[in-house]
Design a protein around this ligand. Structure first.
Ligand SMILES: *Cc1c(COP(=O)(O)O)cnc(C)c1O
Length: 481
C-alpha cells in the first residue's frame, strides 16, 4: 500500500503505513491518503460478519498496512480491543462487544439506534483509535530503537484520550497543555489523576488558544523539534482515521441480517475525522446509504454540504457551545474528502486550500463537483443548545436512555434524515457524565457515572502550572527529554 499527499508533491516517492504512522502533515502541507482504496469483496464481507471486534480490526487494518507482519498486527489488535479496555459499559452483557449497538426504537418507518463508541478509558469515541495508536507507536518505536515526545494542547477529550493511550508505553512521553482552571472538574481529574511518570500535564495560565499557540511555536522551531523528537497525535493522523473505519463495519453487521441491506450513519462532527472514516468504509464497498454530518452551532460543514461553500470561521464566529468537542473554526480532515470529490486532482486541491489560506474559503457551488456530493452519500444538518436539551429529554423519556450533548446533536439531525426501511445508526461519541451540566439542565438529575469513575475528583492530582510562555514550556520539555 502506497500513500500519497492530497496536494501531490513527492508523488514519485513511496510512503508506507509505517512511514506516515508517526508523522502528521505531508511535506507539501497536504494530508496522506492511500493511492487506491482497498475494496472488500462479497466473500470477505460475509466472512467478516461474525468476527470479534479485534479480529475485524485486524482484517480492515491489514488492507492498509502491508508493511506490518500479520502476526504482529494480529497481536496489536487483540491487545487493544479487549473487554477490559472497553469496560465502561452500561449493560453487563455488552462488555465483550467493544462497540455495542443499542436500539432506541422505530421512527418514521425505520429503526434508529446508537453505536456505543464511548466505553473506553476516557468515555469518548477517541479511545477507539487512540488506544490502538498507543500500541502501534510503542511497537514502531521499539522496532526503530527510537523515542517520541508527544506535545499537544487540549480543552478536554483529545488530551485525555492521548494520555490514557500512551501511559506506561515504552519510548513515549506526553506533554499536554491545558488552560489552567478552565476545564470541567471531571475532565481535569481524568487527566491530572494520572500518576504515570511518562505523562506530563502542564496547566497553562491562559486560555486554550494560548496553549495551541505554544504548541505551534514549538513545532515551528524545527531545530528544537528534531533535537527533542517532538511529535503529535492530532486528528489528521492517518492511523487514527483508519482505526475508526472498523466500527462502521461492526455497526453495519450489528444492524443488519444480511449483506444485501443498506444502512445510514449519522456522525456528530467537528474536524471531520470520524465521518471521514465512514466515507472510507463506503469507498471500500460497505453498503452505506447516507453519511449524515451533524454539526452544532459551529456549522462550517453543514454550510458546505448545503451550499457548496466552504468558509473558515474567525475567532469571533467560533462559538463555545455545550457540545464543545465539535467547536471548530475549520475541519482539519475535510481536505481528504475534497480530494476524492474532485476526482483525486491534487493540483485543484492545492489551489482550493491556498484559497482557504488567502481568502478564507472556496465555493464549489457553480462547479459540477458539488453536485457529486450526493454520489458520496453525504447530507448534513445542525443542532443548537435548545435542540440538545430537548433531544436529551425526549430520548430519556421515550427510550429510558441517557445520551450526552454531542450524541444529542447526532440524534436531532438523524431524525431529519430518516428513510423508511433504511436503519439509521447514530454514533454515540461520549458518555453523559463528561457533560453533566447540560444533563442536569435537561433532566434535573445527575448523569450516570460508570463504577470506575466514582470518587475520581477526590484522587490526588499531578500537574505543573506554567505561564503562557513558549520559552518556559521548551525548558520544561528540555529538562525531561
Ligand atoms: C472529537 C469529538 C467529536 C468530533 O469528532 P471529529 O472526528 O473531530 O469530527 C464529536 N464528539 C465528541 C464527544 C468528540 O470527542
Amino acid at each position: 500500500m502506497n500513500y500519497i499527499s492530497t496536494r501531490g508533491a513527492g508523488s514519485n516517492e513511496r510512503h508506507t503505513f509505517f512511514d506516515i504512522l508517526l508523522g502528521g502533515l505531508a511535506k507539501d502541507g497536504g494530508l496522506y491518503l492511500p493511492a487506491d482504496y482497498p475494496r472488500v469483496s462479497a466473500d470477505e464481507l460475509a466472512r467478516w460478519r461474525t468476527l470479534s471486534y479485534a479480529d475485524l480490526a485486524f482484517e480492515v487494518l491489514s488492507k492498509f498496512s502491508d508493511d506490518i507482519p500479520a502476526e504482529d498486527l494480529r497481536s496489536l489488535t487483540r491487545k487493544t480491543y479487549t473487554a477490559q479496555v472497553y469496560s465502561n459499559v452500561r449493560h453487563e452483557e455488552s462488555a465483550v462487544q467493544i462497540t455495542p449497538l443499542k436500539t432506541l426504537g422505530e421512527e418514521n418507518g425505520t429503526t434508529i439506534s446508537l453505536l456505543e463508541l464511548s466505553n473506553g478509558p476516557t468515555l469518548a469515541f477517541k479511545d477507539m483509535a487512540m488506544q490502538l495508536l498507543g500500541n502501534l507507536f510503542e511497537y514502531a518505536l521499539a522496532k526503530h530503537g527510537e523515542t517520541l515526545n508527544i506535545l499537544g494542547a487540549t480543552s478536554g477529550d483529545t488530551g485525555s484520550a492521548a494520555e490514557y493511550a500512551m501511559r506506561g508505553k515504552a519510548g513515549v512521553r506526553v506533554f499536554m497543555l491545558s488552560p489552567h482552571k478552565k476545564m470541567s472538574a471531571f475532565q481535569t481529574a481524568q487527566m491530572f489523576s494520572l500518576q504515570d511518570p511518562n505523562i506530563f500535564n502542564l496547566a497553562v495560565e491562559g486560555n486554550f488558544d494560548n496553549c495551541q499557540d505554544i504548541v505551534k511555536a514549538v513545532s515551528n522551531d524545527h531545530a528544537f523539534k528534531a533535537a527533542h523528537k517532538i511529535g503529535t497525535v492530532n486528528s489528521i493522523n492517518w492511523a487514527r482515521v483508519v482505526a475508526q473505519v472498523v466500527y462502521y463495519f461492526k455497526g453495519y453487521f450489528a444492524a443488519t441480517q444480511s449483506n444485501d441491506e443498506r444502512v445510514s450513519f449519522t456522525v456528530p462532527s467537528g474536524n471531520f475525522g470520524n465521518v471521514c472514516a465512514g466515507h472510507i468504509a463506503r469507498m471500500m464497498g460497505l453498503p452505506i446509504d447516507q453519511l449524515v454530518v451533524a454539526t452544532n452551532e459551529n456549522d462550517v460543514l453543514d454550510e458546505f454540504f448545503k451550499t457548496g461553500v466552504y468558509r473558515v470561521r474567525g475567532a469571533a464566529e467560533t462559538y463555545h457551545t455545550t457540545s464543545p468537542s465539535m467547536d471548530i473554526s475549520k475541519a482539519s480532515n475535510f481536505e481528504r474528502f475534497v480530494y476524492d470529490l474532485l476526482g483525486r486532482d491534487p493540483a485543484r486541491v492545492l489551489q482550493l486550500f491556498r484559497d482557504v489560506e488567502e481568502k478564507g474559503g472556496f465555493d464549489l457551488a457553480a462547479s459540477g463537483d458539488y453536485a457529486r456530493v450526493k454520489e458520496f452519500g453525504f447530507v448534513s444538518g445542525k443542532s443548537d443548545h435548545d435542540d440538545r436539551v430537548n433531544t436529551i429529554r425526549d430520548v430519556f423519556e421515550r427510550y429510558h436512555t441517557m445520551i450526552d450533548t454531542h450524541t444529542a446533536d447526532g440524534v436531532k439531525v438523524a431524525r431529519e434524515n430518516l428513510k423508511p426501511g433504511v436503519p439509521m445508526i447514530v454514533l454515540e461519541t461520549a458518555q453523559p457524565i463528561k457533560f453533566g451540566e447540560t444533563i442536569r439542565e435537561a433532566l434535573h438529575r445527575e448523569p450516570e457515572r460508570p463504577a470506575a469513575f466514582v470518587g475520581l475528583e477526590k484522587l490526588p492530582q499531578r500537574f505543573d502550572v506554567v505561564p503562557a510562555d513558549t520559552a518556559v514550556v521548551k525548558a520544561f520539555i528540555a529538562e525531561r527529554t
